[in-house]
Design a protein around this ligand. Structure first.
Ligand code: GDP
Ligand code: MG
Length: 326
């Protein structure tokens, strides 16, 4: 059976930088990174994304930016190793305005279903809202302006669904887009602010695996959006984290399967029918070898991705954790 298509959902207020992020991320990920690359399944989409990114980099003026129409867009991508597709995924760039209270019940239901089927959730918070420290005085305002409170509602719903499905770890990326707008000396203080906006994600008994990642299209943009130089930072990291999480899960499943096959083989080899079962045993041995190879290959890929995440800020059960290489 072909592996199912994975889904990644990106939530964030309109104008928080989601569309620009996808354009830049696609350019960053198309370049071969340690054997990995990404490609739009549809060739026209590939050319379109490249042309849009090229326009953003080379043009100046308002036209370099995406048109402000706020539409939900789904992209189909393939993540490849040595140019061989290993994960197919769908990326939903959600309509920011639909996160407001005016969105109808149907809209909300569809989004919730999509989120529950997702393998990773991206929450986009624009750095414009975190120029200053979050305090008890401005917290309510920041929660509203970033739409963090509405996203929190979706997370609460997702949490119930995950519990019902017995899923124990769910990766979330909080992308601090437009990080160029933040000029604060203390990274730790900023992290504490982000934790305040999404405190349940950082609770001691929570099952969320959360990466906080600042991204920007260029540091000059804070001063001059329309002609500042495009010098992207970290655009590949959130998606590397998402793919790492997806592959790690596959790796665990393959490990389990490999052990099961090993046991089945042992039973066949030790059974009193072993002579008659010779054909079956041989097929099981081949199955074991292929499962072993698949596991080793996935583990190698997980390790390469893990190395890229060495410096990343990742939390699990309320604590910052290093990504281990196994
Ligand atoms: N300063 C700064 N502005 C950005 C950056 N990325 C996007 N923007 C601005 O944010 C606007 C909205 O971005 P867009 O991707 O359309 O947001 P979306 O509505 O969430 O898809 C753009 O038109 C740019 O003016 C960035 O990295 N830095
Ligand atoms: Mg958009």
């Amino acid at each position: 059976m072909a592996d199912p298509i994975k889904k990644i959902t990106m939530l964030g207020d309109s104008s928080s930088g989601k569309t620009c992020y996808v354009w830049g991320m696609y350019a960053a990920m198309s370049n071969n990174r340690h054997g990995f690359s990404m490609i739009a399944t549809d060739r026209d989409e590939h050319s379109r994304l490249h042309a849009l990114w090229e326009g953003l980099v080379n043009e100046t003026g308002e036209d370099r930016w995406p048109s402000p129409t706020d539409q939900a867009l789904t992209y189909a991508f393939e993540f490849c190793y040595a140019y061989k597709p290993i994960i197919k995924f769908e990326w939903l760039d959600y309509r920011g305005s639909a996160m407001s209270d005016q969105s109808d019940a149907q809209d909300v239901r569809e989004l919730r279903d999509y989120i529950s089927e997702s393998s990773c959730l991206f929450l986009c918070i624009s750095g414009e809202h975190l120029r200053e420290k979050v305090t008890s005085v401005n917290l309510a305002k920041v929660l509203i302006n970033t739409k963090a409170s509405i996203m929190g509602g979706h997370l609460a719903y997702l949490s119930q669904t995950l519990k019902a499905q017995n899923r124990t770890m769910f990766p979330i990326v909080i992308t601090l887009t437009k990080y160029d707008c933040i000029d604060r000396p203390q990274w730790e203080e900023l992290i504490e602010d982000v934790k305040q906006l999404f405190s349940p994600l950082f609770a001691e008994n929570s099952d969320w695996l959360v990466m906080i990642c600042p991204t920007t299209l260029g540091r000059e943009l804070a001063q001059d959006k329309n002609s500042g130089r495009i010098e992207p930072k970290n655009l590949y990291l959130p998606v590397v984290f998402a793919l790492f999480s997806i592959l790690r899960e596959s790796c665990l499943a393959e490990d389990k399967r490999r052990k099961e096959i090993g046991e089945e083989l042992e039973n066949l080899e030790n059974g009193w029918m072993r002579v008659l079962n010779r054909g079956k045993i041989q097929r099981k041995q081949e199955e074991e070898e292929s499962s072993q190879n698949k596991f080793q290959e996935t583990r190698k890929q997980v390790r390469i991705l893990a190395r890229e995440l060495k410096e990343a800020t990742i939390y699990y059960r309320g604590r910052q954790i290093p990504i281990d290489l196994d």
